[in-house]
Structures are given as C-alpha cells and as structure tokens.
Write a protein that binds this ligand. Structure first.
Ligand code: KG4
Ligand code: ZN
Length: 364
C-alpha cells in the first residue's frame, strides 16, 4: 500500500491544562510510524492552587486566554502553518463541560477556516494510547521532533492501567485497535482520592505529587490502612472507604495541627494502600488474560511508588512494562494526537466540524 503521511494538530482543554501538539505519521504503515513534532502545555496549577482545586469557570476562562498562543507555539515549534495541517483532533470528552467547549469550538473554527476535517477524540483514549508514544524510535527525520516511533515492540495482549483524576480503568487490549474495559472505579478515582486525602492533610493542590513527596519520608510500618476491593473477584476499584479511613485516623489523633512526621506516615500508609490495590489487580488481570505487556498511564502514573512497584512485579512475572515519561502522564495534547493517529489507522473517517460536540461524560 502507498504510504499516506498526514499531519494532525491536536488540542486538549478538558480540565486545567491548555495544550496543543503536532504529529506527522503514516497511517497505512504496517507498524505505527509517526513523529511528534511539537507539544505545548500551559498549566493552570498556580491559578487553581489558591482555591485548593479546579474551579470550572476559572479554568474555562483561562483556556480562552491561553488556547491561541499555545496553538501558535505548537505550530511554530513544528515549523508549520495551519495550511500544513490535514486533520484537526480535539478532546471532546470526558471532562469539564465549559473547558471542553473552549477547545472544541476553537478547533471547529480552525477546521472550518481551513476547510479540513476533524477527529473528535476521547481524553481517556488519549491516556490509554500515550504509552505507544514511547515504543521504538530509530529514525528522527526532523531535527526538532520530540519523539519518533517506527515499528512497535508492544506485544499483545496488553493490560493497561489508566489512572487519572477522574477515572481508574483496567483495560485489556487484544491488538493495536481492540480494547475492552474490564474494571473501573465504583466511587472515587485514584487521583481524586489522592487529591481528597491531600486536602485532609492541608496540602496544596494538586494533592497527588504532594502526598507522593511526603510519603517518601514516611515510615511504612507506622500505620496500616485497608485495601478496598483488593481481593474482590472483579476488576473494579473503590477508594472512597480508604479516604474515610484516613479521615477517621486523623480525627482519632485529636490534635488540630498534625506534626510533619505524622503527615508523612499517613501519606505513606495511604499511598501504599492505593499502590497495593492497583498493582495487585493489574497483575491478576495479567495472569487471567495471559498478557505479555502492561502499560500505565494517566496523571497518577507520575507516582514514583506506583511506577516502581509495577516495574518490579512485571519483572518477576516476565512481562514487558510500558511506562510513559512524565511529560506524557499528566494532561497533554501529544497523547490526543497519538490517539487520533491510531483512530485513523483503525479506519476512522474524519468528520465535518458541524458534527463535533463536547460531551462531558463520553465513556471509552
Ligand atoms: O490525567 P490527569 O492529569 O488529569 C485527569 O485526566 O484527571 O490526572 C490528574 C491527577 C490528579 O488527581 C493528580 O493529583 C494526580 O493525577 N497526580 C498524582 C501524581 N501526579 C499527578 N497522583 C499521585 N502521585 C503523583 N505523583
Ligand atoms: Zn487526564
């Protein structure tokens, strides 16, 4: 088959990062073949830290202010102009509706003005496909390419653990295109639990990295928290009870201000419990589905303890472990461009701007 190189501009604005990325790839190549030419992320962390969490209205306004300069920078870094773009990908769900609308309507405007088609892309599919952005890279044809993938060492079946602020998913992927969600959270997502426990400990937003920092200095034997649903027969997760256990523990201390070492021990015990549940269930799925690869993605995949424990378990089970670099863990548009590229490889036909709509609860 003749090679078919296409250039995708992807936009992401589902929560509190405004991001744009440019990818060029051959969608008909036997193995994935693409280069990420640029990726720009403008974080709103400083803006929301003051309020202790994301304020949707504030996030949407910041997206409005940031989306044009972020997109212009992504094009400039790639050495391209809008005329060079073949398809416009955008995160159209799930996420905060007002934030999604900014990205979706902005991208629709670009597609309309350029007379090009769009690839509405699921945010969680972006996380799920982000580990493909680090497979094999032999050739870097462009001087400034961020990464280049030619060929793929991913051996299927693959079990993917996708852990973000809004979702906790366990997915089995039969091949590049076919995946099935085998488990998800019945209440709080893993990242949400990190953020809520951080608030109980009066830590700044976002809580995940703060808990992680404290946990490194905590005593692993000081406190034990429950491991909810770790031994349940299904692949679902529950973290709300764990958060409540932390709350009761803090209340039982009956002191207003917790000493630093107490906070460190609580953070450590909480993180150990979350990591234990996530890794145990992932490895059980590996066994049941005969997986040859495990992948980890989503914001919580930036957690050092989780990364390390998964790597150790994969080594002892002799399965490959795909863990994205930090820049691909938290929200970015590179992963949306990668997911859109894989959609095209699977035969997806880009659609008119008129067909694209933000959908805050779009499930994969
Ligand atoms: O994927 P993401 O950037 O946004 C969503 O799609 O939700 O994930 C954000 C989540 C937040 O809950 C944040 O606290 C968590 O990822 N997170 C972490 C770490 N870094 C980010 N959780 C634990 N440890 C970390 N190092
Ligand atoms: Zn995300």
């Amino acid at each position: 088959m003749k090679s078919q190189d296409i250039t995708i501009l992807a936009i992401e604005s589902s929560c509190d990062e405004t991001a744009a990325a440019v990818l060029r790839g051959d969608i008909t190549a036997k193995q994935p073949k693409f280069e990420v030419l640029s990726s720009v992320v403008k974080s709103q962390i400083a803006l929301h830290a003051k309020m202790g969490g994301v304020v949707p209205e504030v996030a949407a306004r910041a997206h409005v202010a940031n989306i044009l300069p972020v997109t212009q920078k992504a094009l400039a870094d790639a050495g391209l102009t809008l005329q060079d773009i073949d398809n416009f990908a955008v995160t159209s769900g799930p996420g905060l509706i007002a934030s999604l609308i900014v990205g979706v309507e902005f991208t629709k405007g670009l597609a309309y003005a350029c007379g090009k088609k769009m690839i509405p892309t699921n945010h969680m599919m972006g996380h799920l496909y982000s580990p493909f952005g680090l497979t094999e890279s032999k050739v870097k044809s462009r001087k400034h390419a961020l990464s280049a993938v030619e060929g793929s060492k991913v051996k299927f079946p693959m079990v993917s653990l996708v852990v973000s602020g809004g979702h906790t998913l366990l997915v089995v992927q039969k091949n590049e295109q076919h995946y099935k969600v085998i488990g998800s959270t019945v209440d709080d997502a893993a990242g949400e639990a990190f953020d809520k426990v951080a608030r109980l400990l009066s830590l700044p937003y976002p809580g995940g990295p703060e808990i992680s920092k404290l946990a490194e200095k905590g005593d692993p034997f000081a406190i034990q928290f429950p491991r909810p649903m770790m031994n349940s027969k299904n692949y679902d997760f529950s973290f709300s009870g764990l958060k409540t256990a932390v709350l009761y523990h803090i209340k039982s201390l009956s002191i207003k201000d917790l000493a630093l070492n107490t906070k460190q021990n609580i953070a450590r015990a909480f993180e150990d419990a979350v990591v234990d549940v996530l890794v145990t269930k992932t490895m059980r799925a590996v066994k049941e589905f005969g997986a040859k690869t495990v992948s980890l993605s989503g914001g919580v995949s930036a957690n050092k303890a989780l990364r390390e424990q998964l790597i150790v378990n994969c080594k002892s089970s002799r399965v490959n472990c795909l863990i994205p670099p930090f820049r691909l863990c938290t929200d970015n548009a590179e992963m949306i461009a990668i997911a859109a590229y894989f959609k095209l490889r699977g035969g997806y036909k880009p659609v008119s701007y008129a067909k694209v709509k933000a959908d805050s609860s779009w499930e994969i």
